[in-house]
Design a protein around this ligand. Structure first.
Ligand code: SF4
Length: 383
């Protein structure tokens, strides 16, 4: 593939999304100063619709990249870089606009982080939501009781959740998820004229933007793609198709390198990707039932799903997407994902699907080394 074919950008503008990420601190501070409470969350299992239905703004806490200096006093250095970097940001005062953190209990690290943040940072509400593992009637009843408790907590800090307000929030987030899932279908067919790095930027902007505004941004993007039609550049979509699997990828650089090294992302199993959006909504007679149904039927994460259930679904996703290999992108020390990896490798091997694992540290990735490994991987698949 020529250098041009490995171009890093498309001719579709994602500048609105880049801006939303770059200006998130000032934008969110302004929203909070304007009287709207902003609550942070770490993982995609947090029922953000209910936080929004209460009249608040849920935003996903970012970690970013960099050095961890001060967070060493609050977190051990054998937990994932994401939580350490997020804590470093909080210590720098970058989350002072938060009125607290509401978090689905996914892994022990985030559960511990909520407690540490509550002890060290101001805020009115720090709450961890227990989650069911299965899909029996008792699991749904349990989750219903958990949501009732969350509603009480939100109302205790000035929110008001009604069946109607919840319905509005469910519809809004459902539309957003639906649009991203349509983009993902285009990505699989290689007709999405965005690089993997650009698409990640589009997704990440949604974590820190009021959903009403974000939906408009997505509609603008969809309009531009449609308008450009065949003139939208798709040269980036050439390469060996791969699925990217892991927890969260915040920095687009790693995906840029992946696509410059001869691969093309056609699917993912990331919590900054498909896992955050599938399914777009749930079924039920009431808003609460719809909310329960959606979270019970979520595309599984290793921290909330048994390996024997999740890994076959991962393999199925690889096959249905047409990916010829899997690139695992792990946060260093992320136990839930690393624990699933040997089983995933075994199952992929049986199916003849090659894989490579890359570990991400606080300061990011070693670019030269990564390029060499990925180029070797794609050469091996292509031969
Ligand atoms: S699942 Fe992994 S990456 Fe996510 S918070 Fe837990 S340890 Fe960190």
């Amino acid at each position: 593939m020529s250098k041009k074919e490995m171009s890093k950008t498309s001719n579709i503008s994602v500048v609105r999304f880049t801006d939303a990420i770059e200006k998130m601190d000032e934008n969110l501070k302004a929203i909070s100063s304007g009287g709207k409470k902003v609550f942070g969350y770490f993982c995609t299992y947090t029922p953000i619709e209910m936080i929004h239905a209460a009249g608040f703004l849920p935003v996903r806490i970012a970690g970013g990249q960099g050095r961890v200096d001060n967070a060493d006093s609050l977190t051990p250095n054998f937990i994932c870089p994401y939580v350490r970097l997020a804590t470093e940001r909080a210590l720098m005062g970058r989350y002072d606009y938060l009125s607290g953190v509401i978090e689905g209990y996914t892994c022990d690290v985030v559960c511990g982080a909520v407690n540490v943040w509550e002890d060290n940072f101001k805020g009115e509400l720090y709450h961890t939501i227990p989650l069911p593992y299965d899909n029996y009637p008792a699991d749904r009843d349990f989750f219903g009781a958990v949501l009732e408790e969350l509603k009480d907590k939100l109302e205790g800090v000035g929110g008001a959740v009604t069946e109607e307000s919840l319905e509005v929030s469910l519809d809004l987030y459902g539309k957003i998820r639906g649009m991203i899932l349509r983009f993902m279908e285009m990505r699989e067919k290689r007709s999405l004229p965005l690089t993997a790095a650009e698409f990640l930027t589009v997704i990440r902007a949604g974590f820190v933007t009021p959903p009403e505004d974000y939906l408009l941004m997505l509609e603008g993007l969809a309009g531009e793609i449609e308008e450009k039609g065949d003139k939208a550049e798709t040269i980036n979509r050439k390469g060996i198709p791969v699925l990217v699997s892991g927890s969260l990828v915040e920095e687009p650089g790693v995906l840029e390198i992946l696509e410059e090294s001869g691969g093309v992302v056609v699917a993912d199993d990331l919590c900054t990707g498909f896992r955050n959006f599938h399914p777009e909504g749930g079924e039920g007679k009431t808003s609460t039932e719809r909310l329960i149904d959606r979270y019970i039927n979520r595309y599984p994460c290793p921290s909330r799903s048994r390996t024997g259930v999740r890994v076959p679904r991962l393999v199925e996703l690889v096959k249905s997407s047409g990916a010829k290999g899997v690139v695992f992108l792990f946060q260093k020390f992320c136990s839930p994902h690393l624990a699933d990896h040997p089983v995933a490798v075994e199952m992929l091997k049986k199916e003849g699907i090659p894989q490579i694992a890359i570990e991400m540290e606080e300061t990011g990735i070693m670019e030269g080394q990564l390029r060499t490994r990925l180029e070797g991987f794609f050469e091996m698949i292509g031969s």
